[in-house]
Design a binder for this molecule. Structure first.
Ligand code: PAF
Length: 283
């Protein structure tokens, strides 16, 4: 496995791969790998000749009071895991290279960035879109793989690719869960054992929504109230949002009459967790 930390070297390497007729998949990450990341890499390998994994904790997508400095990092273990799943190249630039003095360009998505997580994390999605666009220009992939756990991120990136005519196929990979149902996330490492027990309410509430839908419930206020009860019954929890929204515009719906995304963001202690599922799909 090659490890490249220089932007120009990465650009030339990707150019050479493309000139040699290889297809390239990119898995952009912020490191601290768990099974969810490894699954994205496996999917990347299925779809392309060469897999590039980027590891970069992007300061631009963290708010001033967020966890950029504490965000978990473990480069040695990440490299070992990436190699084990057959990654060809790991690209790990420094923040100074990615954002040199004088940097001032941003990409934003007018409406999508302001919904769901964008309400409590202003500027977050500008940071995500900007770094992802930069990573696309640096690694020049044919396709890029993202987890559906970050549903809003996947939606906004797909919109950017469409709006800016980027010739890159975006592939979404279903949420990978721990055996007890909790969605895999690097931030799970912040949870104490008791907080972790409380966090199970997120998957339980997604399941309850599925059951209510299967029983014929279509009214969002009724479903939301039931889900909020499950979440708030647990200690340490505070709801950021329980949203039933359209899968591409992310506009809130009041009645489920087509494919609908149920997205949750909950503070468990000091840790902000998100999860989601699609309801009304083949149910
Ligand atoms: O999902 C993440 O880990 C990040 O938001 C991403 C896409 C790597 C951009 O920094």
């Amino acid at each position: 496995m090659e490890i490249i930390d220089n932007i120009h070297e990465m650009q030339s390497r990707s150019e050479a791969l493309k000139m040699a007729g290889h297809s390239v998949a990119l898995v952009p990450t912020m490191g601290f790998f768990h099974e969810g990341h490894l699954e994205l890499m496996r999917v990347g390998k299925i779809h392309a000749d060469d897999l590039v994994v980027s590891i970069f904790v992007n300061p631009m997508q963290f708010g001033p009071s967020e966890d950029y400095a504490e965000y978990p990092r473990d480069m040695d273990s990440d490299l070992e895991k990436a190699e084990r799943v057959g990654t060809g190249i790991v690209f790990c630039p420094t923040a100074e290279q990615m954002y040199p003095d004088g940097f001032q360009t941003k990409i934003g998505a007018e409406k999508l960035s302001g919904r769901l997580c964008g309400i409590s994390r202003p500027g977050h999605f500008d940071g995500v879109l900007t770094v992802v666009a930069k990573l696309f220009h640096i690694t020049k992939p044919h396709l890029a793989i993202f987890g559906q756990k970050d549903y809003q991120q996947l939606t906004i990136i797909s919109r950017m690719v469409k709006d800016l005519n980027m010739d890159i196929r975006i592939v979404g990979v279903p949420v990978v869960r721990e055996p007890d149902g909790i969605a895999m996330s690097s931030r799970n490492s912040y949870l104490s054992p008791d907080e972790r027990k409380s966090a199970l309410c997120m998957k339980q509430s997604l399941d309850l929504a599925g059951e209510m839908y299967a029983r014929g419930e279509r009214r969002v206020p009724e479903m939301r109230a039931a889900l909020e009860r499950i979440i708030l019954d647990q200690p340490f929890t505070e709801i950021d949002y329980v949203s039933f929204c359209h899968p591409t515009t992310l506009e809130e719906v009041e009645v489920i009459d087509g494919e609908t995304v149920l997205a949750l963001a909950v503070m468990v202690g000091k840790t902000r967790l998100i999860d989601n599922c699609i309801i009304a799909k083949g149910q």
